[in-house]
Design a protein around this ligand. Sequence first.
Ligand code: PLP
Length: 447
Amino acid sequence: MRDAPDIKTPLPGPKAAAIIARDRARVSPSYTRDYPFVMARGEGAVVEDVDGNRFIDCAAGIAVTGTGHSHPDVVKAIVEQAQKYLHMSGTDFYYEPQVQLAEEMAAIVPVAKGTGDVRSFFGNSGTEAVEAALKLARYATKRFNVIAFLGSFHGRTLGSLAATSSKVVQRKGFGPMMPGVYHAPYATCYRCPVGLRPETCQAECLGFVEDQLLIHLVSPDEVAAVLVEPIQGEGGYVVPAPQFHQRLRALTEKHGILLIADEVQTGMGRTGRMFAFEHFGIDADIVAVAKGIASGLPLGVTSARSELMTWPPGAHASTFGGNPVSAAAALATIRILKDGIIRNAEVVGEYLMSRLRALMDKHPIVGDVRGKGLMIGVELVRDRTTKERATTERDRVVQGMFKKGVLILGAGRNAIRFAPPMVLTKDQADTVATIVDQVLTEVRTPA
Ligand SMILES: Cc1ncc(COP(=O)(O)O)c(C=O)c1O
């Protein structure tokens, strides 16, 4: 499966078209499919559709298959575990893979100031990891309010949805939301909410929290947690200036508010560090992880300082959470990540980012290229001065990339994102950048 892209049929091909027609009749229409890719198999950073067309995958099943599609060590761990037992429920019984994974998390999660005194709760998804974090923060502090950020995505179940403020379609029709959630502007430096420049600012955007929210709306001693993505994912791969996270951390410490890092999309090596928070020189109190942790099997983990996770038996649990097969996949994933893949994300990510930045000279539609590791966002604008959002053009770029054999996803209103399996090679990064160049040439902005 090395030679990709390789497009042999019109897209979708006949087999893909037939499956999509069946899907349309019987599958929930709430899913967001941007183009008609129907998976047949995958290996590393290459995927093949049911008609034999091959693509370089820069979406990784929404930033999930970090170790590459069907990494042999992960598959082996899954098969070995599956042959022993598939399920026993860590809620009512014990099994070693869950314990081992909790021990691994204690060693790698940036809470508890490096002491390793960390406990983990296991669910099945990102939203469950966030739900658990919110419930734990409320339980541990005996406070009930939460501060989250505009543009953030934390999941779609009713607790996490109250914090999500990415797109209104995700909230429309589902209200009223869980009370006690307040939203503040995120450090969207390309479009600074207070009109400053990241090189010289002091994270003045947090003034909204300090001088408005905590003065006029909610008393700090009733705020359980601040919930934040270290780098905003669905919101557009937005990387804050480091001072934003540092000032936020100081603020939470001052008021005894817990800091929950939502590392669901940023975590597990994607940014070139195990956790994105590590780039900003701070730690958190609770960390939510999912997506990349088990290379594609469902798993969500909420890790916290042990002294916080003191809820009693029955307070929170999940029948499937921490399933032994997912736990075995996660243990293999962590081994592989440490074994060089995180470093590859850093090196190839830097390379891909430099190739994409170089396109700014040729394509005025590229307003901003940002990211860390293999989490790269490219914001498209109609005019670099006004920063008018190139929304329809963005959608055409996503389609154009697909037609030429590269899977990408949009992020935010007018950005494209690159979140490939972290085994992406430099050659594949070159191919991707060349195709971006071709597609941007086709999608010229109106003068
Ligand atoms: C930062 C973040 N948090 C939470 C979630 C929710 O994860 P899931 O879709 O597994 O529930 C996502 C999903 O995109 C995410 O990006």
